[in-house]
Design a protein around this ligand. Sequence first.
Ligand code: ATP
Ligand code: MG
Length: 238
Amino acid sequence: MMLSVKNLKVAYGGIQAVKGIDFEVGEGELVTLIGSNGAGKTTTMKALTGSLPLQSGEIEFMGQSITGRGAWDLVAEGLAMVPEGRGVFTRMTILENLQMGAYSVTHANAKQQMADDVDRAFTTFPRLKERINQLAGTMSGGEQQMLAMARALMSRPKMLLLDEPSMGLSPLMVEKIFDVVREVRSQGVTVLLVEQNAKLAMQIADRAYVMESGLITMSGAAKDLLDDSRVRAAYLGE
Ligand SMILES: Nc1ncnc2c1ncn2[C@@H]1O[C@H](COP(=O)(O)OP(=O)(O)OP(=O)(O)O)[C@@H](O)[C@H]1O
Ligand SMILES: [Mg+2]
């Protein structure tokens, strides 16, 4: 398994947001975690990358415990995250944001790799190239999402965690972002995609987990869950 999570519990003071969940993501898989507002998805993501302490549980990435490790450290191990709300450096330009994404690349050839990867990002997202010297904070939500994903990919991650990339975007922009998620995965990057847009997420995922009130209540092949009447009623508005 690329990522394996066992009995994860996270609380904010007395509020138990994640109540003991287990899930895993295999190498090369695209797995989605869906659920309504407040289900605990972001809390789970933050716990994975060490920005929230665990109450209990064990997290393994590529066979090694990463419990208690911080996000910057994990990027160097190959685990990159695009947080909810994107987290671009608003007062830096597009190019500077991309360069920051490669901070963990320190080998002798790092400069050349960074130049190549910036070119690759601009091929994937031509919109970013047009705006190379624009401050990230002045870009639209969709452009910031593109930048956040491009920045995360600059570290050449083995696995990418995405927290609600579709949030606040127009249907067309959501499609573009999901196309890129699919493309990233086809290049061999393992993906864990947290989404409220359950339908689209399950259409591109191999497997899905459904989270409700801090627990995982359903899981299986994404195409099976798409056909499940409970999932359809609760998450697909049917
Ligand atoms: N900093 C915090 N302090 C206290 N409670 C919090 C905090 N952050 C989140 N919570 C609570 O934890 C629960 C889970 O929140 P979380 O953000 O993980 O949900 P989510 O599934 O990501 O929802 P959404 O789809 O709206 O992003 C919610 O009840 C929320 O109010
Ligand atoms: Mg969230």
